[in-house]
Design a binder for this molecule. Structure first.
Ligand SMILES: Nc1ncnc2c1ncn2[C@@H]1O[C@H](COP(=O)(O)OP(=O)(O)OP(=O)(O)O)[C@@H](O)[C@H]1O
Length: 372
């Protein structure tokens, strides 16, 4: 079989983000481009995986395809082709995606006639993910021999379309209200469960991939339900389930603009944080709780965004995506505010978000039965 790079299964029509990436890519690959010889600044592999570090691009970059120069003998990605067979059992039928240290493939388990996802890790990569995943589902680990090194592989259930892709595929960019409510409840329940297992999603180290870390109490007691560190992301995701636009839009923003946007939405920074934002004067009349936007600044707070992107969009949409009642709208805003409190310790816990009645309501609605 011919050795050709394989695009992920979810490759799709260009979006604004992909067009932007394409523009950046053409600048990167242009011989005259001022960025032409820069190493990829955000690829974690170029920082903390010695076998993968690469000072320049060898191949033209392909959209939805991993960096091809990280396929190399003695390290890096393992070359997998459609039709390959692993362990005399799993036949590769499609590609699902790739990460900084792995490629992910859809395969047919010929022994039990089922589809599976196989994550094929970079050579000699020790993957903590397998150990963590195995707490939640049965994960089958295997190894595959590359030209020089061994690549660990693990087999899990294939997931379906991501929430972001699903929403993007809808013409109005909205989920039906019942669907959004159900997804928000299921997601919160899943995050609460992960926290109860003693895991939180770790913070990004500089340029590193997210790694889940075990949280262990020194007194040996179980964790309280809802260590607030994933809660911020959950709040942003729940907002996006109800709204046609994300609450925080960080693309192409400078650090200053991003901070100012957060202040517009969440209110003034905690008193002791202002000193760490030396340029606050461009945006705010004064530091502290009484900060107001400087004259002439056009501010879109959380309520305005809610009114425009949730209430109005849902009211004006003719497909009947569903409108929130006043009380539900108020409760929603209060919940999102609680999840996006500035200080992590002030944020709602997943238990606080989830409430005690959710299990019964979801059960009554017949929601959230299976993992798929
Ligand atoms: N089980 C699965 N089913 C369907 N698609 C999957 C599955 N696992 C991964 N993918 C696809 O592959 C992409 C990358 O996978 P994943 O998020 O596991 O990589 P990563 O954690 O960034 O990689 P790495 O562990 O190498 O740093 C996902 O965004 C998704 O599109």
């Amino acid at each position: 079989m011919q050795n050709r790079p394989v695009r992920s299964q979810h490759a799709k029509a260009p979006t604004t983000a992909s067009l932007l990436r394409r523009t950046l890519r053409s600048r990167l690959s242009s011989p005259q481009g001022s960025l032409g010889r820069l190493r990829n600044p955000t690829h974690p592999s170029s920082h903390n995986h010695s076998t993968l570090s690469s000072p320049s691009f060898l191949y033209e970059m392909l959209e939805n395809v991993e960096r091809l120069d990280y396929y190399r003998s003695g390290g890096g990605y393992h070359s997998v082709q459609i039709g390959d067979r692993f362990c005399e059992r799993y036949r590769v039928v499609h590609k699902l995606g790739y990460g900084a240290f792995s490629t992910i493939w859809l395969a047919r388990d010929e022994r039990v006639s089922k589809y599976v996802a196989i994550k094929v890790c970079c050579a000699d990569e020790v993957h903590q993910e397998e150990e963590i995943l195995s707490r939640f589902q049965s994960v089958c680990q295997r190894g595959s021999q590359g030209p020089n090194r061994r690549h660990s592989c693990f087999v899990t259930s294939p997931a379906r379309c991501s929430l972001a892709d699903t929403r993007e595929a809808s013409t109005c960019g909205l989920f039906k209200l019942d669907v959004a409510r159900s997804l928000a409840a299921q997601l919160t329940r899943a995050v609460a469960y992960i926290h109860e297992q003693g895991l939180v999603h770790g913070l990004y180290a500089k340029y590193g991939p997210p790694e889940p870390e075990s949280v262990v109490r020194l007194d040996g007691q179980p964790l309280s339900p809802g260590v607030p560190s994933d809660v911020w992301s959950l709040g942003c995701t729940i907002w996006a389930l109800l709204s046609c636009r994300p609450l925080l839009e960080m693309m192409l923003k400078t650090e200053d603009d991003a901070t100012a946007q957060l202040v517009d939405i969440l209110g003034p920074l905690p008193a002791e944080w202002w000193g760490r934002w030396p340029t606050w004067g461009k945006f705010s009349t004064q530091p502290g709780e009484d900060a107001r936007p400087v004259e002439g600044r056009w501010v879109w707070g959380m309520e305005t965004r809610f009114e425009e992107w949730v209430v109005k969009m849902r009211r004006e949409d003719r497909r009947g995506m569903g409108e929130l009642g006043e009380e539900e709208g108020r409760a929603f805003l209060e919940m999102v505010r609680g999840m996006l409190a500035w200080r992590p310790e002030d944020r709602l816990t997943t238990r606080g978000v989830y409430g005690d009645g959710v299990d019964e309501e979801m059960g009554a609605a017949g929601v959230g039965g299976g993992a798929e």
